[in-house]
Ligand binder design. Structure first.
Ligand code: 13P
Length: 341
């Protein structure tokens, strides 16, 4: 099993490619649709995702797609199951397997992720449906006195137990400890919290005997808080992010695919590019790419608006962002490309 998983992990982070996170829960996509006046029904969610997954040449830039439970069970309008549609294009079907966040009792402002109960059985079912990669997101908030060591540890333990189960059941785990960018904190605070989170995560992964070459890490970039008056430029984001990763992530990890976390699509591309430029200079051992939801989907969703006649333009917008992020994953993105394209 391990050889197969290592090959899938390597395909996920093939040069110039990254992942499309399309695993928004029904509640989350409803909020995003609502802002744009898009009706949110099972059918409209299917139509939207089908629009994304059938974009011409998507497989040139996207190695895998993370689906939500509803979507992996849906069929495209021609009757083909969605995971089959992706696999036929050479795109690895994936599935979000956590069951969302709940408050951590006695730790105001902190949360942990549910979903370990019954997970083994669900992984077997998803694998039968064609999924070969999975995602679990732990969330770490920054604030007065937080993150606490209890929150960091609780999230790391769950991520490690999830990752081990995935590897035994034939799926590559995407291990996602997300330090949120919400708040007015500076980039140094984010660096501290991210380093502490990754340190706990790799400690837990080691103790639970998770295979590093059979997993992908999905971290946040190290950024200034969203409300911080000083927003660190891409070179500083790159320096801080790589310093943090170099102190915490084993060389054996196959690849790192960043989440976008609420950055605008152009800022996310510029930061990913700066990280890769710096990584090349430092000769870091891992491929560093993207696993974006909002930074890939914001523009296609705004163009689509639930109207079939906007499909082609929306698909072009998705491919444009996928292409730019593919270039950024190679350190070959230039903001000038935004104007030229
Ligand atoms: P964003 O890129 O919008 O942060 O989403 C990535 C993701 O998968 C969050 O779990």
């Amino acid at each position: 099993m391990s050889d197969e998983l290592a090959q899938i992990a390597a395909r996920m982070v093939a040069p110039g490619k990254g992942l499309l996170a399309a695993d928004e829960s029904t509640g989350t996509i409803e909020k995003r649709f609502k802002k744009l006046g898009i009706e949110c029904t099972e059918e409209s969610r299917r139509d939207y995702r089908e629009m994304l997954f059938t974009a011409p040449e998507l497989e040139k830039y996207i190695s895998g797609v993370i689906l939500y439970d509803e979507t992996i069970r849906q069929r495209a309008s021609d009757g083909k199951p969605i995971p089959e549609l992706l696999a036929e294009r050479g795109i690895i079907p994936g599935i979000k397997v956590d069951k969302g966040l709940v408050d951590l009792p006695f730790f105001p402002g902190e949360r942990f992720t549910q979903g370990l109960d019954g997970l083994a059985g669900r992984l077997d079912e998803y694998r039968r449906m064609g999924a070969r990669l999975a995602k679990w997101r732990g969330v770490i908030a920054i604030g007065e006195g937080i993150p606490t060591s209890q929150c960091l540890r609780a999230n790391a333990e769950s991520l490690a137990r999830y990752a081990g189960l995935c590897q035994v059941h034939g799926l590559v785990p995407i291990v996602e400890p997300e330090v949120l960018m919400d708040g007015a904190h500076d980039i140094k605070t984010c660096r501290w919290a991210t380093e502490a989170a990754l340190h706990e995560v790799f400690d837990a992964l080691t103790r639970y005997r998770v295979g590093f070459k059979d997993m992908i890490l999905k971290p946040n970039m190290v950024l200034s808080g969203a409300d911080c008056p000083r927003q660190a430029p891409p070179e500083e984001v790159a320096e801080m992010t790589l310093a943090c990763l170099r102190r915490t992530v084993p060389v054996a990890v196959t690849g790192i695919a960043f989440l976008s976390g609420g950055q605008s699509d152009t800022v996310a591309s510029a930061n990913l590019n700066a990280i890769n430029v710096k990584a090349q200079a430092l000769k870091t051992p891992w491929t560093l790419t993207f696993s974006f939801s909002r930074a890939l989907q914001a523009s296609p969703m705004a163009i689509w608006r639930g109207q079939a006649e906007n499909k082609t333009a929306a698909q072009q917008a998705l491919i444009r962002r996928a292409r730019f992020n593919g270039a950024a994953a190679l350190g070959q993105y230039d903001p000038e490309m935004e104007q030229a394209a």
